[in-house]
Design a binder for this molecule. Structure first.
Ligand code: ADP
Length: 395
């Protein structure tokens, strides 16, 4: 059996055909620049190289038609028994994966205002895929799903209860597939029962978030009602005094301008001009003070969250780095861990610099004298989505 995992963004569709039981990837790829005059797509099949093509995709429907055509032509759709859709916001309605029918899709459309940058694109992908693969069940797996169990004091923002109720204002948490997968995988690779472990996962990619997972359950998360809160990200600021927004509103910026500022012109990009951590790191190494400050602001925020989550859980057994920056940026891991020596964290410089690339599973990078295991664990959101989708349709 295989699952087809679809991650539809505003101008791209990522896909993967994966065996949920073994994690074997039969094919994966990406169709991008949807809606532009020049589109591009790549597909990589098991045991074969990568094939690329340039062609325009008018919309998500056209991009998915191309994807399904390629997969069908290679005989890869024959044993696809479920389609798992990465879906960003499940709101208060969906606290677990849901089989998509006309009714659940209608509820999902109602939730779009909660994630205006993400859910509409996810829905376009779902509609196109259901239309083109009608005989297979489709399941939404939500980024917010893993965090549906957050304790009430963590979910609740201290504002007027009626306002919060009316506008569905609460902490939802995001990157759930990554935090769930990585926290479980890290426990497994340590040979420990997740029920016995206090883990902090640092998902550091273009989007970045921290999660505290105690005994396999999420107990805190840096992202909030939207994916804006928390750590410094590629183009988003993370935590910011809400008074700043009032100040800017009163000075004439409107909601769309604030949206653009917070989602596209902040974070590393706002501080340095680029959201690519590799470029920021290279500039800092070459002596660029703005780049160094951007790194310091990012590291300070990470340290602050790890300290807070350590206190929230009353201890820490494992600190896990994942996603593009977390898996690859050796210096950032070293700088963060150096600041966390007070928690008994000791990195092993040799282990930290020799993490193998592209290998699934964790590498322990802490020293033998460390009181907290520090791991680099590549994330695999697609596998998590495939497994969650398969489990939803298999009684
Ligand atoms: P997304 O949130 O878009 O999925 P990724 O998890 O792919 O993001 O992470 C993208 C980030 O990872 C970029 O800032 C990129 O610079 C960074 N990154 C990737 N490889 C490296 C590397 N070798 N060293 C430092 N940063 C890296």
């Amino acid at each position: 059996m295989s699952a087809l995992v679809i991650n539809a963004g505003s101008s791209s569709v990522k896909f993967q055909v994966v065996d949920p039981a073994t994690g074997a990837v039969r094919a994966k790829g990406l169709a991008e620049r949807i809606g532009e005059t020049e589109g591009a797509a790549t597909i990589e099949q098991e045991g074969q190289g990568e094939q690329s093509t340039s062609q325009p995709f008018a919309d998500h429907r056209a991009a998915l038609a191309w994807v399904l055509d390629q997969l069908g032509g290679a005989g890869l759709l024959a044993d696809v028994e479920v389609v798992g859709h990465r879906t960003v916001h499940g709101g208060r309605r969906f606290d677990r994966p849901v089989v998509l029918d006309d009714e659940t899709l209608a509820v999902l459309r109602e939730l779009s205002p909660l994630a205006p940058l993400h859910n509409p694109a996810n829905i376009e992908g779902i509609e196109a895929a259901r239309e083109q693969l009608p005989e297979v069940p489709h399941v939404s797996v939500f980024d917010t799903g893993f965090f549906a169990e957050l304790p009430p004091e963590v979910r609740t923002y201290a504002i007027d209860t009626e306002v919060a109720q009316e506008y569905a204002v609460q902490r939802y948490g995001f990157h759930g597939a990554s935090h769930a997968y990585v926290s479980q995988r890290a426990a497994e690779d340590l040979g420990r029962d997740p029920a016995e472990l206090k883990v902090i996962v640092l998902h550091l990619g273009n989007g970045a978030s921290a999660a505290a997972v105690d005994g396999g359950r999420p107990v805190d998360c840096s992202m909030g009602m939207t994916p804006l809160e928390g750590l410094v990200m590629g183009t988003r600021p993370g935590d910011i005094d809400p008074g700043v927004l009032l100040h800017l509103l009163r000075h004439g910026l409107d909601a769309d301008e604030l949206d653009d500022l917070l989602n596209r012109r902040s974070g590393l990009k706002g501080l340095t001009g680029t959201n690519d951590m590799r470029e920021v790191r290279a500039a800092a190494t070459a002596g660029d003070e703005r780049a160094r400050l951007a790194l310091d602001v990012s590291i300070h925020r990470i340290v602050r969250y790890v300290g807070a989550f350590h206190a929230v859980m009353g201890g820490l057994d494992a600190l896990v780095f994942t996603a593009g920056v977390g898996e690859n940026n050796v210096e950032l891991r070293a700088e963060v861990c150096e600041r966390l020596a007070v928690l008994g964290i000791r990195l092993d410089a040799g282990r930290n610099t020799s993490v193998p690339r592209g290998r699934p599973g964790s590498t322990v990078v802490s020293g033998d004298d460390s009181q907290v295991a520090v791991l680099v664990t590549p994330t695999n959101e697609e596998l998590y989505i495939a497994r969650a989708a398969a489990a939803t349709v298999t009684p």
